[in-house]
Design a binder for this molecule. Structure first.
Ligand SMILES: *[C@@H]1O[C@H](CO)[C@@H](O)[C@H](O)[C@H]1NC(C)=O
Length: 444
């Protein structure tokens, strides 16, 4: 009613204006509309200084034009991802043709490319702003343990990089100097990416693998970033989820850790019942070990876990955790049971009580999706997943293009393993898929 009266008044006033006054009024109105329009269209494409908010659909599109990652060649990733058998077959055949292989980026290329960090980040399409307030307020810490393949490392970093997160990289002591220098050069382009302050020479299946993560964990606790969860990765991992999805899923854990943790099969028990010697590799001795401190039950799991900040703190502070880790140092593959075991100690924050109902298999845990060769088969005949379309390494599938459709339907944050020398198309399509999902919540 009041509004109608006001409108009436305005109309009467406007009617009394002469042409000149009318033009001025119109001019002012036009000016303000332009200002409002300009502000709403200003997407601030200088994304180095950008600090959030894709203000409108138009800005979102503009950013995406700048930051989208498209697979090279004639592959149609939408079709591959939706599981189109013809497209998958074509791509798998293409993988076999050596001359079609892309030239990989070398350490030298990265050392050269990172001389101008602004240019490097632009060319490699790093997302240098948070995509939402929610993500900005929920930083994640990454511990990345790597030893070779600089290109794969950089592509992994790019796919998980967000300015609010923090990344610690542990480079194996045994790696060539150029590799270390290249990783260092890349890290120096980002304020929130750093190399671990202590380096280990990592021997497969030995304590050193755990120590590498512990080195990063300690550094990450000392970082200024108030991260909520820690995720550890290695050089052959690749994400299946965007940062947006990971934040949502972590919040849903309600302060619990998440990882594989099951009663160990009897054949694994020798791994901690005997003393192992580590030199260039790890060897079992005849010496029997004492049982673990307080006789805590050992659970088997994965080296790759999702840990709350409080859990990580307790790893360094809780006396039982400290004593247990000390005890585990001369055992076989402690990385595959120490987290899973501490996860079942009531003293540890975010843990799950030691009851069989709390056992979680790798397929039900969120951290890492792995296709074990021995479990592959016909899903209709009870196998958990179909046969690997890439190659096997250490009884694990190195994914091929034909695995993508299945991979992206799983809840896991990351999958292992990927290798551009086995199937680069698979990784390229994942990159394309993740980037479009980051901006639009789906593939476009
Ligand atoms: C890929 O395939 C989809 C579905 O068949 C089609 O809509 C789309 O245009 C294709 N994209 C390209 C780049 O060819």
């Amino acid at each position: 009613m009041k509004l109608l009266k006001m409108l009436n008044k305005l109309q009467r006033k406007l009617g009394r204006l002469n042409t000149k006054q009318f033009l001025i009024f119109g001019g002012i109105l036009f000016f303000f509309t332009m200002v409002v329009k300009y502000i709403s269209l200003d997407c601030n494409l200088d994304y180095i200084n950008q600090n959030g908010k894709l203000r409108s659909e138009r800005c979102r599109n503009l950013y995406y034009q700048d930051l989208k990652i498209l697979a090279t060649g004639r592959k149609n990733c939408s079709r591959i991802i939706s599981g189109d058998p013809d497209e998958v077959r074509k791509t798998l055949i293409d993988n076999l043709i050596v001359k079609n292989r892309r030239v990989v980026t070398t350490e030298k290329d990265y050392l050269e490319g990172t001389k101008d960090c602004t240019m490097f980040k632009k060319q490699k399409k790093y997302v240098m702003f948070s995509l939402s307030e929610e993500e900005r307020n929920y930083p994640i810490a990454y511990s990345m343990v790597i030893h070779d393949d600089i290109e794969m490392f950089e592509r992994l970093l790019r796919s998980i990089y967000m300015p609010q997160n923090v990344y610690c990289i542990h480079v194996d002591m045994k790696t060539p100097e150029t590799f270390y220098e290249a990783v260092k050069a890349i890290s120096l382009c980002f304020p929130n990416v750093f190399l671990s302050s202590k380096r280990e020479s990592v021997v497969y299946a030995s304590w050193s693998r755990v120590q590498a993560d512990l080195n990063c964990m300690e550094d990450l606790l000392n970082s200024i970033v108030d991260w909520k969860y820690l995720i550890n990765t290695c050089g052959t991992d690749f994400p299946l989820k965007t940062n947006t999805e990971i934040v949502k899923a972590l919040k849903n854990l309600n302060g619990k850790n998440n990882m594989e943790s099951e009663r160990p099969p009897s054949e694994k028990k020798r791994r901690w019942e005997y003393h192992f010697e580590t030199k260039d590799n790890i060897l079992q001795t005849k010496i029997k070990k004492k049982p673990p401190p307080l006789n805590i039950p050992i659970f088997s799991g994965s080296a790759y876990v999702l840990l709350t900040r409080d859990f990580v703190k307790s790893v360094f502070e809780n006396p039982i955790a400290k004593e247990f880790l000390e005890w585990a140092k001369d055992t076989y593959s402690p990385d595959e049971y120490v987290w899973a075991t501490m996860q079942r100690l009531t003293e540890m924050p975010g843990s799950m009580p030691n009851h069989i109902k709390n056992d979680i298999s790798d397929l039900n845990a969120l951290a890492r999706l792995v296709k074990w060769e021995s479990l592959e088969g016909d899903i209709e005949h009870g196998a958990p997943y179909s046969v690997c379309t890439g190659k096997h390494r250490r009884q694990v599938c190195v994914y091929g293009t034909g695995d993508l459709h299945w991979l992206i339907q799983q809840h896991h944050f990351f999958a292992n393993k990927f290798d551009p020398r086995v199937d680069d198309h698979a990784i390229q399509c994942l990159e394309e898929y993740l980037r479009s999902k980051l901006f639009y919540g789906k593939i476009v």
